[in-house]
Design a protein around this ligand. Structure first.
Ligand code: GRF
Length: 196
């Protein structure tokens, strides 16, 4: 049974897709053992509580230094006996120590076709604003392993999504979430769970 801890910062629609996929059997051999957010107000925490998943707030703001935060985050992940860490809209940099201790055991969902529109400063709506500004006709989402870089790890899955003439960053974000993110992240977890 793959023990999965999900790290979140916002609304948690990707977390909800994972919860629903475990419940309906799309994701097999998996137990969601914890949800950790840096943001106490994240609606993702409500989704976790409704699904009876242990939920924790671990925020850099609550620690004297970033290093002490990093240690607290890693300690909680270990305390949960985590096999796989899933970043589902988590906006805090993963500590290098955690990347090394969980090498090939941390995955991230990014709302573009990496290597386009990724790296420092590309998150949330900013990704879609850049894609529209560039005038791309296709965008999408990428699930990848997390390494020391930002959105640079080995790609697991990608899915292309059409960009429409009248798209706004919001409409494009929603379509990529519905048609790509909410499918790719569960599929990646299931692939890892079946190979674990
Ligand atoms: C969204 O912008 C999504 O594209 C990206 O992170 C954000 C969080 O979405 N992966 P949610 O918290 O999963 O709804």
């Amino acid at each position: 049974m793959l023990r999965v801890t999900v790290l979140v910062s916002g609304g948690g629609t990707n977390l909800q897709a994972i919860i629903d996929s475990v419940n309906n059997g799309t994701i097999k051999n998996t137990k969601l053992v914890g949800v950790i957010s840096n943001n106490a107000g994240a609606y993702a925490l409500e989704r976790a509580k409704k699904a009876d998943i242990p939920a924790f707030v671990i925020s850099p703001k609550d620690y004297e230094s970033r290093e002490i935060f990093n240690d607290a985050l890693l300690a909680k992940v270990k305390e949960l006996d985590t096999d796989l860490v899933v970043l589902a809209g988590f906006l805090v940099r993963i500590p290098e120590k955690m990347v090394h201790e969980y090498s090939h055991r941390i995955i991230n969902i990014h709302p573009s076709l990496i290597p386009s529109f990724c790296g420092v400063g590309y998150y949330g709506l900013k990704v879609h604003e850049a894609a529209l500004a560039k005038g791309v006709k296709v965008s999408g989402a990428t699930v990848h392993f997390v390494d020391e870089g930002m959105d640079t790890g080995e790609i697991i899955f990608q899915k292309a999504v059409e960009v429409k003439e009248d798209d706004t960053p919001e409409t494009l974000q929603r379509r990529i979430m519905e048609e790509a993110e909410w499918k790719l992240l569960p599929a990646a977890i299931n692939k890892i769970a079946l190979n674990s």
